[in-house]
Design a protein around this ligand. Structure first.
Ligand SMILES: C[C@H](O)[C@@H](O)CC(=O)C(=O)O
Ligand SMILES: [Mg+2]
Length: 443
């Protein structure tokens, strides 16, 4: 089936009106409408197998990503899956280094989001053709083949191809046991769904008490807009979860560097494990200063959900500017680039704790973190994957959480496929959900 040719690539703008209830809100994104640029690639195979991919956005702007996907689609249509996966590094480079298109990146922003959507669909297709969930495709893959999917350009000063190979070969020991453990117990998760910034104290209290009853032990709270609100909300949640459960805080880039240090110092009494995105996601040295200042308080710095590419992650790691690497399945160049980041994190001995606050992000990134544990890090120490309890019902193979752990997906593919009915209803602006909202606005 690898011989099948890609004959069509479609992309649609699908949005969910999450801002109406403040789901997903934070100090910088006060009205996010969780959205995706949703890609479907069709092949000429008799079995009509398709690949589904997406990238995440928060509403306005999705149409720009859709445009970028369309502009790249000519590089994909006409290729066979075999041509692509037999030189996946070359194909990644074809998309990311096209002589004219790269000017609007390179490897960052809208164009990288578009590359993520397309490559996520290609990986989904590959996993489906092999009849495996993506994590299993990766776990079973020969280390040399895995490494051949990575573009090492610009990162060899931190991680060479040989070093990547050595990490993967070394982690073969015990791999079978870890896979069985994951299938039985799942991968540890934390929840962000109790404490979006726009939620009232009453809502936060109710959601937190429900989450505790469901067995959640790790909680993330949005902070950064108003210090007194942060103190009140962190105090409330810390009292509810007790001293032994884990608390994280997330400022979504709200502060300057010194402001971040002062503000977080005032929240130190609530013992957060990390402060996430304290300042501009591009400010590597700023994150290094914050890390240094907060280390004596036992607070680490986490970032990555808006980190452009492997090169920036390299520098964050080299500068000891982060203590938790937050990979994102849709921000960088799909599995190819995330493999590079996961392997660099292993080399620098920094835990990977994926970002998943968005539609579809939990579905996708669970595959990557399972791979990280089974085939790379072999450790659960200080590691957990984010979970948000929104919009899973729109996916064909939604995430399964049991006892606050991600249970490994079993269906073939990368869990990107959405229900067609959901896609139709949420198409922007013509879907019935958006037409109804527009009508209400007129009344
Ligand atoms: C706009 C998103 O909901 C963002 O707040 C998610 C995020 O920062 C996280 O989940 O972490
Ligand atoms: Mg965040």
């Amino acid at each position: 089936m690898q011989e099948s040719k890609i004959i069509n690539l479609t992309v649609r703008d699908v949005r969910f009106p999450t801002s109406l209830e403040q789901h997903g809100s934070d100090a910088m994104h006060t009205d996010p409408d969780y959205s995706v640029a949703y890609v479907v690639i069709e092949t000429d195979s008799d079995s009509a197998v398709k690949g589904y991919g997406l990238t995440f956005t928060v509403g306005r702007g999705t149409e720009i990503v859709v445009c970028a996907v369309k502009a790249l689609s000519a590089l994909v249509v006409g290729k066979t899956l075999k041509e692509i996966v037999s030189d996946f590094r070359g194909f990644y480079r074809l998309l990311s280094s096209d002589g004219q298109m790269r000017w609007i990146g390179p490897e960052k922003g809208v164009i990288q989001l578009a590359i993520a959507a397309i490559l996520n669909a290609v990986w989904d297709l590959w996993a489906r053709v092999e009849g495996k969930p993506l994590w299993k495709l990766l776990v079973d893959m020969d280390p040399a083949k895995l490494v051949s999917c990575i573009d090492f350009r610009y990162i060899t000063d931190a991680l060479t191809e040989q070093e990547a190979l050595d990490i993967l070969v070394k982690a073969k020991t015990g791999q079978k046991n870890r896979e069985e453990q994951m299938l039985k117990e799942g991968y540890p998760a934390y929840t962000t769904s109790c404490a979006w910034l726009g939620y009232s104290d009453q809502q936060l209290t109710q959601l937190c008490s429900d989450a505790l009853a469901q067995g959640w032990t790790k909680f993330k709270v949005k902070v950064g807009a108003d210090l007194q609100d942060d103190i009140r909300r962190c105090s409330l949640i810390r009292k509810m979860i007790g001293p032994n459960n884990t608390l994280m805080i997330d400022a979504n880039q709200r502060w300057d560097v010194n402001e971040a240090i002062t503000w977080v110092t005032k929240l130190a009494e609530f013992h957060p494990l990390w402060i996430e995105e304290p300042t501009s996601p591009d400010d590597i040295l700023g994150h290094a200063s914050i890390s240094k200042a907060l280390a004596p308080l036992g607070i680490g710095v986490a970032t990555g959900e808006q980190c452009h590419n492997r090169v920036m992650f390299k520098q964050f790691l080299q500068a000891s500017a982060l203590q938790f690497v937050q990979i994102d399945s849709c921000r960088v160049g799909s599995v190819n680039e995330n493999l590079a980041i996961i392997l660099m994190a292993a080399k620098f001995n920094v835990p990977v704790c994926p970002h998943a606050g968005g539609v579809g992000l939990c579905e996708l990134v669970q595959h990557l973190i399972l791979f990280d544990y089974i085939s790379v890090s072999a450790s659960l120490n200080n590691r957990m994957c984010e979970y948000v309890d929104h919009l899973h019902e729109h996916f064909k193979s939604p995430t399964i959480i049991r006892n606050a752990q991600y249970m490994p997906p079993k269906d073939p593919g990368y869990s990107c496929e959405m229900l067609e009915d959901s896609v139709q209803k949420h198409l922007y602006p013509q879907g019935e959900v958006w037409r109804a909202i527009e009508q209400q606005g007129k009344q």
